[in-house]
Design a binder for this molecule. Structure first.
Ligand code: COA
Ligand code: AMP
Length: 624
């Protein structure tokens, strides 16, 4: 089979034959007895009866095949001035030993392990070690505060936590230990042990349940791979929903391995021995899939980068990394390129480096604005590929498939549906929208392998969030359209999820914090357009009757509360004290209307509004 159109058609018409064939690129201890189990929709399961181990497929398999001396992972950290390379053999050994540490702590198949780590190779080692013994990792992004970590600990109920003594943000050293201790104090569930990687920048004082990574590893014996069912969970990754409570997206072992392996060849065009540099964080889905799992499943070399695109030391770091490690493909979020463009608009740093090996730049995580697309195209003179996906999907839903058939780029579009993803646009009545007409972007079931089978311990919320709006379809939460050529255009979220510097956040969780201030009667947080971060949150609070307060001081307190309780990554810097919030007659705050006005649109006033004068009074504040 060749070409996009044929491949796409087959994937939709005969998914079992299509994914059954793709599964042959994975090593199985026992072959699946059924490719797709459709007996209990919308809970579809892939590769039932199959038995495998994801870590074996990512590491041991390549060592056994003679790739042991090839670089598997390159750690590049300008913030600590470190470069370290691990061959496949070395990485396998490190992982097997750390798997021994976890086993020694009583972690068994099916147990959860929370990983809260900065961008150090040990983060990947911890994830792969869990996969090796069939434990379920749940990586929490280091930018989240203690309370957010505590919520995740309570939901995942981990047996152990793996962390480090500190993270490094530019020139700032952020101590993790006080934050971890606070999170455990806040959480109802108490893990048995916490493994701490001591970093010289800020060693941590160890407590009773703490285990020093280096000490434990020195005493541990390596362990082999535990066979798991294809349908067993590999990891849980919490992501922001519309409420403050995060959703635990579950990823299984079999579907994930097959889909990610397939994507490396067909979308990213990166194969064994080639290098991929994904500048994200292991705390996000992009980091899980394209820093850790997919490049290793493909026998490629992955670069794990600790640092920002700009700042320490300069805006030429991406170019340095790409040339030093000879990367064929780069993947990051558009916001990173906007940060470089702002600092070095002419791309002068590029002149110092040889990027002749770089064939593609892939961007995702937020809308790629045409100006950033053009800037990157002009600078790098290689295909710049926008592609659309979500934590839930685990890999791209729409992309320009470089390995399958490169297509013309249309600015503003992540190109075409990826094979396996039957994307459609539906109007509120559930009918298919005409070409070019915006509606809800949905995917006809079954979703392909690799997509979430459910939410952790919450089948009900899985159905309510994704499967109920339109019978037989997955609701992506994004709105958009498909043009007459079949190109998909993603216009933005239709719910209260926002995307700040490529980080997915819930305005609901910020509202919960603001509402917790004793002077606040009610509040709203909306995402507004921002030239650099894509979107930033803005807060609006109404004070309780009779409260007299220094507004400046109150604003400072509210900003600090969100930083302390959600995390610095929330980037909530702007809170306005207002007299009232616009609502419908049934009392629902008109956040969408507020968003539209803040972004400069000539937003129509909904007929359901309770009191139009409230909105009129708010207009100048929103437009500021
Ligand atoms: N641990 C602790 N704090 C963190 C953190 C972490 N892992 N990550 C971010 N933060 C902090 C930042 O230091 C910043 O703090 P500040 O308010 O004191 O400055 C705050 O959270 C906001 O972070 P961010 O939104 O990332 O802003 P930034 O100005 O530090 O960097 C970019 C902006 C665009 C350079 C950066 O976000 C980036 O490179 N993003 C693109 C890549 C990416 O990770 N995408 C994710 C999915 S693909
Ligand atoms: P996350 O789950 O963090 O990966 O965020 C997923 C959300 O990011 C999607 O629902 C979209 O709103 C947005 N997103 C991701 N990729 C793109 C893209 N290429 N174009 C537009 N929006 C995107």
């Amino acid at each position: 089979m060749s070409g996009y159109r044929d491949t796409f058609r087959t994937s939709i018409d005969d998914p079992e034959a299509f994914w059954g064939a793709a599964a042959s690129d994975i090593d199985w201890y026992e072959q699946p007895t059924q490719v797709l189990d459709s007996s209990n929709p919308p809970f579809y399961r892939w590769f039932t009866g199959g038995v495998l181990n994801t870590c074996h497929n990512a590491l041991d398999r390549h060592v056994d095949a003679g790739r042991g001396d090839q670089a598997a992972l390159i750690y590049d950290s300008p913030v600590t001035d470190t470069r370290r390379s691990y061959t496949y053999s070395q990485l396998r050994d490190e992982v097997a030993t750390f798997a021994g540490v976890l086993t020694g702590l009583g972690v068994e198949k099916g147990d959860r392990v929370v990983v809260y780590m900065p961008m150090v190779p040990e983060a990947a080692v911890a994830m792969l070690a869990c996969a090796r013994i069939g434990a379920v990792h749940s990586v929490v992004f280091g930018g989240f505060a203690a309370k957010e970590l505590a919520v995740r600990i309570d939901d995942a109920a981990p047996k152990a936590i793996v962390s480090a003594s500190c993270g490094i943000e530019g020139k700032r050293v952020i101590e993790y230990k006080p934050l971890l201790d606070r999170a455990i104090e806040l959480a109802t569930h108490k893990p048995d042990s916490m493994v701490i990687l001591q970093r010289p920048q800020a060693p941590a004082a160890m407590g009773e349940r703490d285990v020093d990574w280096a000490d434990a590893a020195a005493k541990a014996s390596p362990v082999g791979c535990t066979p798991v069912a294809a349908t067993d969970p590999l990891y849980i990754l919490y992501t922001s929903g519309t409420t403050g409570k995060p959703k635990g997206v579950v990823r299984d072992n079999g579907g994930h391995a097959v889909a990610l392996r397939w994507s490396m060849t067909n979308i990213y065009d990166v194969g064994p021995g080639e290098t991929m540099f994904t500048a994200s964080d292991v705390g996000w889905v992009v980091g899980h899939s394209y820093i850790v799992y997919a490049p290793l499943l493909a026998g490629a070399t992955t670069v794990l980068y600790e640092g920002k695109p700009v700042g320490t030391p300069d805006a030429g770091q991406f170019w340095r990394v790409l040339s030093e490690h000879g990367a064929k493909a780069m993947f990051t979020a558009p916001t990173a390129f906007r940060a470089i463009k702002k600092e070095d608009p002419k791309g002068t740093f590029l002149a110092d480096y040889d990027l002749s090996g770089l064939k593609y730049l892939f961007l995702a995580g937020e809308r790629l604005d045409p100006e950033t697309l053009r800037w990157a195209q002009d600078l790098l003179r290689i295909p710049v590929i926008d592609h659309w996906w979500q934590t839930e999907t685990g890999w791209p839903i729409a992309a320009n498939p470089m390995g399958l058939e490169p297509m013309e780029v249309k600015p503003g579009s992540p190109t075409v549906p990826v094979p396996g993803w039957n994307i459609q646009v539906l109007d509120p009545s559930g009918s298919q929208s005409e070409a070019d007409v915006d509606g809800a972007l949905v995917v006809k079931l079954p979703l392909p392998p690799g997509a979430l089978p459910t939410l952790w311990n919450d089948d009900e919320r899985f159905v309510a969030s994704y499967m109920s709006a339109y019978d037989g379809y997955y609701l992506s939460g994004d709105g958009g359209h498909i043009d007459a050529d079949g190109y998909v255009f993603v216009m933005g979220r239709t719910d209260d999820v926002i995307n700040v510097a490529g980080h997915r956040l819930s305005t609901g969780s910020m509202e919960e914090v603001l509402a917790g201030h004793p002077d606040v009667a009610e509040c709203a947080v909306i995402g507004v357009a921002d030239a650099m971060k894509g979107q930033v949150p803005r807060g609006f609070v109404v004070l309780k009757a009779g409260v007299e307060t220094d507004e400046e001081q109150l604003r400072g307190e509210l900003v600090q509360m969100v930083r302390d309780q959600v995390g610095a990554v929330a980037s909530l810097k702007d809170v306005a004290v207002v007299a009232a919030l616009p609502k419908t007659r049934s009392g629902k705050i008109l956040r969408k209307t507020m968003r539209g006005i803040a972004d400069g649109a000539d937003e129509a006033v909904p007929s359901t509004i309770d009191d139009a004068s409230v909105l009129d009074a708010l207009r100048p504040v929103l437009r500021r």
